[in-house]
Design a protein around this ligand. Structure first.
Ligand SMILES: NC(=O)c1ccc[n+]([C@@H]2O[C@H](COP(=O)([O-])OP(=O)(O)OC[C@H]3O[C@@H](n4cnc5c(N)ncnc54)[C@H](O)[C@@H]3O)[C@@H](O)[C@H]2O)c1
Length: 439
């Protein structure tokens, strides 16, 4: 069992401190608020949270949880510290790092007087780069020591929900952390072992970003459900019933199927249906802010790809994929066709490899080229052979994923700019001739 100090006895800190103590760890809670310190030392919860009163009474009585404002005492008597202070919005909406920075300085000062190795683990919600840009410099300057060598640093975000915080602590939906050093990484791994949840060990910035992605995703879901509810009500329908039915679809609607960063959505359904729902809402006088933003953001993703092509400087671009998704020749509202049309209009020479669309033309299929109303000479631009496309292009744009093209395209990226909107190989990241749209 470890000895752990928890800085900040707010909603996160107090639950963590109590649960760590229940797990058998020796915990010292640190805060600047004398009321909270007294409450804990009296065996009382400083916040209202299901089950917390009893838990604090139990662990304080057992002598495994104490509270203090004495930072040096806490650092000297523990091997690791969790920072759980608040990060309220700054006036311009950016993350407020004043408390985190302050507590890092306090801990750093105490570390300057401690010889033994100590891990500092930030749990507060902080934007990517905050550990490296604010926490570590504060700790280093106050301690006169080097992070990752003389003391450990980790970022381990908390995902608990108030009102079910203790339950969430023991049954988390997500565990992710980054650590600068092996000792801190091992400490956090050991702490989470035994929980029925995969442990994701990543770099500090990725862990910071996952926390914001999680909270923003929750916010988007709430807003989406509310907007659907508002539109449904304006049509005389029960939005909660509609959403309950939608949420029963684990296979597509609630799956990770559409949760992969890449290119714009398109096809015969999504664009027209988002437009139609937006118009329906407008006709009822119901605002549809999120639907408006969806249309706007999707258009911006096409512009982003256009900018990638422009940045490559290529005057001849070979498209791999032109249909709205791989495995079909359907071109209706394909964002790739739209992108190609915009480039053609700017004078870029565009050649296209798409086995499904090619096959439709080659077999004189009456529906060949179906849905394309943006590239008049599409058939003439189709190329049967991928090597020919690569050989004649100044840049390759990978729009659709075709398994049997991957090794050829990856090799091409060694000599030719490859602009990837689909991520043909999971381990590829932007660099050299290769550019991924969101990786
Ligand atoms: N509340 C939640 O449900 C939740 C869930 C996950 C993550 N978070 C994140 O965790 C962090 C803490 O949130 P919270 O709701 O627990 O905050 P909170 O405001 O309830 O508690 C913060 C505590 O830190 C103390 N503090 C401030 N400066 C200090 C210092 N120098 N030394 C010691 N203590 C100090 C304050 O007195 C306060 O008790 C935030 O970054 C928040 O975004 C919150």
């Amino acid at each position: 069992m470890a000895r752990i100090s928890v800085f900040g006895i707010g909603y996160v800190g107090v639950v963590s401190a109590a649960c760590l103590a229940r797990d058998g760890h020796q915990v010292i809670a640190v805060d600047v608020d004398p009321g909270k310190i007294k409450a804990i030392n009296d065996g009382l919860s400083p916040i209202v949270e299901n089950g917390l009163d009893a838990l604090i009474a139990e662990v304080v009585a057992a002598g495994r949880l104490t509270a203090t404002n004495d930072v040096q005492h806490a650092i000297d008597n523990t091997e690791a510290s969790f920072i759980c202070v608040g990060t309220p919005s700054a006036p311009d909406g950016s993350v407020g790092l004043t408390y985190v920075e302050g507590v890092c300085r306090n801990i750093g000062t105490a570390l300057s007087r401690k010889a033994a190795f100590h891990s500092v683990v930030i749990r507060s919600t902080i934007v990517p780069g905050s550990c490296e840009g604010t926490c570590i410099p504060s700790l280093e300057s106050a301690s006169g020591k080097k992070a990752g060598r003389d003391f450990g640093v980790g970022y381990y975000p908390e995902f608990l929900r108030e009102s079910t915080a203790i339950e969430d602590y023991y049954d988390p939906g997500l565990i992710v952390f980054g650590a600068m050093d092996q000792a801190t990484g091992q400490f956090l791994t050991a702490l989470n072992e035994g929980l029925n949840c995969k442990i994701h060990v990543v770099d500090l910035r990725t862990a910071e970003m996952v926390k914001y992605t999680s909270n923003t995703w929750r916010a988007v879901k709430v807003t989406f459900a509310n907007e659907i509810g508002n539109i449904a009500k304006s049509c005389g329908l029960d939005g909660q019933t509609v959403m309950e039915i939608l949420c029963s679809d684990d296979k597509v609607a609630m799956s990770k199927y559409f949760m992969r960063p890449g290119f714009a959505f398109g096809g015969s359904c999504l664009p027209k249906d988002v437009r139609a729902l937006r118009q329906l809402a407008a006709s009822k006088g119901t605002p549809a802010h999120l639907l408006n933003a969806v249309v706007e953001a999707n258009e911006a993703q096409i512009q982003r790809a256009e900018a990638m092509v422009e940045a490559s400087g290529a005057s001849k671009v070979g498209f791999v994929g032109i249909s709205f998704k791989p495995g079909t020749d359907d071109l209706r509202e394909s964002p790739l066709a739209e992108l190609a049309a915009r480039l053609i209009a700017k004078g870029v020479e565009v050649g296209i490899y798409d086995p499904y669309v090619y096959e439709a033309y080659a077999s004189n299929n009456s529906t060949a080229g179906r849905g394309n109303d943006v590239i008049p000479d599409l058939k003439d631009r189709m190329v049967e052979n991928l090597d020919h496309l690569i050989g004649s292009a100044g840049a390759i744009l990978v729009g659709n994923f075709y398994k049997d093209t991957v090794s050829t395209l990856a090799k091409a990226a060694e000599t030719t700019p490859v602009l990837d909107l689909t991520r043909m190989k999971r381990d590829l990241v932007s660099g050299g001739q290769y550019q991924g749209i969101c990786w």
